[in-house]
Ligand binder design. Structure first.
Ligand code: ADP
Ligand code: MG
Length: 421
């Protein structure tokens, strides 16, 4: 199939109201429309959904989208229905549907009305669903959050492992589109191998966030006071402080409040009502600071978060990148400040001790990278991007001077003394 560039822009405008493609989107859309296996690696917020939604809307047949989170699927389906005004154009197929609903979904697919069908991997493994999907026209399969395939990713889901086998059963020559924001070469390799898409057209966007300033400070017993000072210097700005445990979240939120900082706690131990009220307050700017466990942030799109503080160092560079990535979404200032003590690494190691050996080994390897990052004297940005398989030159690269090690290089003598210790 050959589609003129002009037609792509017309469709982009028609379905999404956008005048321009973002980043690598256009090439991805072309690749999918031409029926190639396609692999898309773009940071969060890069616009991956449109990469498969647009070609799905432009093609005959139904595109199956595998996604791990039911809430996110529902959002996407609502958004698509909103633009097309055609109820049946997008559907979710999962265990929450009753018989009548399932019948309607199948009817819409059979009649060629449904362009996008969102499924959780568990639903796709159901025999009756496989049988049905075999019998209808499928345009392609998109595997969103494809890192869930890999044990080296931050969200491994065993059900994802089976996908290739199921896709084969649904159809022999179905183009497969893998999408992820996880950029490590190991995870990418796993995805390609697992989905069997060695010949895929690969599109990888840069993971550089030039407006973020990276800083690591040694963690002493004065860490709370240090955080308070930092927040006071940034009065009125929005920020997130991540802690490892719920208990620490509660304590620190209180300490901040007592010190006149408008802060609320957020963690999975709070009831749903409190959680959503605290989240809303942050989004509406009734509070400046959320002190949170990693439960906070998924799908939160507040563009003007000005700082992300890690009271405790995260368990991988990947997590660190995702969490700090919530700062400066609008392209404005974003200060990423992490506190580091080796003792905290040992704590994280202890957490893993109950897990299967293979998982512990992966966890250890990821932790060692965190140690190397925290202790490095080279540019933090260079380190992060290198971890993601991306070369970076501080002299010429965007944001090359935006970290503590570049701005305040350790003096040679100091570095040498440290090396001897
Ligand atoms: P990802 O899945 O990569 O994290 P999303 O698909 O959720 O990113 O898109 C992030 C945001 O970018 C959404 O708000 C989306 O509407 C917007 N977006 C996507 N493509 C474009 C475009 N071509 N022009 C403007 N905004 C876009
Ligand atoms: Mg996405």
């Amino acid at each position: 199939m050959s589609i003129a560039k002009n037609d792509l822009h017309v469709a982009l405008k028609k379905y999404f109201g956008f005048n321009q493609f973002k980043g690598l989107q256009e090439g991805v859309v072309e690749s999918i429309l031409s029926g190639h296996h396609t692999f898309v690696i773009m940071p969060t917020g890069g616009g991956k959904s449109l990469c498969y939604q647009l070609p799905a809307l432009m093609q005959e047949g139904t595109a199956i989208v595998v996604s791990p989170l039911i809430a996110l699927m529902k959002n996407q389906v609502d958004a698509i229905r909103g633009v097309s005004k055609e109820e049946g154009i997008a559907h979710v197929l999962n265990s929450s549907l009753n018989k009548t609903e399932v019948k309607q979904v199948k009817e819409d697919i059979t009649n060629g009305v449904t362009k996008l069908l969102y499924v959780a991997p568990e639903s796709l493994t159901k025999e009756e669903n496989v049988e049905f999907l075999r019998s209808v026209k499928i345009s392609f399969m998109a595997i969103d959050e494809a890192h869930c395939i890999s044990e080296w990713g931050h969200d491994f889901r065993p059900e994802y492992r089976n996908l290739r086998h199921i896709i084969k059963r649904i159809g022999d020559n179905i183009p497969i589109i893998g999408l992820t924001a996880t950029a490590t070469p190991k995870v990418q390799e796993d995805i390609i191998k697992n989905l069997g898409i060695h010949d895929a057209n690969t599109f990888k966007a840069s993971f550089n966030r030039p407006n973020l300033y990276y800083e690591v400070r040694p963690k002493t017993k004065n860490v709370d006071a240090d955080i308070i000072r930092f927040i006071k210097q940034n009065e009125g700005k929005s920020g997130i402080v991540y802690c490892l445990s719920r208990k620490r979240v509660e304590e620190l939120a209180q300490v901040l409040q007592v010190n006149g900082i408008n802060a609320v706690p957020y963690h999975a131990g709070l009831d749903a009502k409190t959680r959503s009220s605290h989240q809303d307050k942050f989004l509406m700017e009734d509070v400046d600071v959320v002190v949170a466990t990693i439960a906070f942030g998924m799908g939160i799109d507040k563009p003007d978060v000005r700082f992300v503080i890690h009271h405790d160092i995260p368990k991988s560079i990947e997590s660190y990148y995702q969490e700090t990535g919530r700062a400066g979404r609008d392209g404005g200032e974003g200060h990423c400040l992490a506190y580091y003590a080796y003792k905290d690494i040992e704590k994280l190691e202890k957490f893993m001790s109950g897990k299967p050996v293979a998982e512990q080994e992966i966890g250890q390897a990821l932790l060692q990278e965190v140690v190397a990052f925290a202790e490095t004297s080279i540019s933090r940005r260079k380190f992060i991007l290198h971890y993601f398989g991306e070369a970076f030159d501080n002299e010429t690269g965007d944001g090359g001077d935006m970290d503590d090690n570049v701005r305040h290089p350790k003096k040679k003598t100091e570095a040498q003394t440290e090396a001897k210790l």
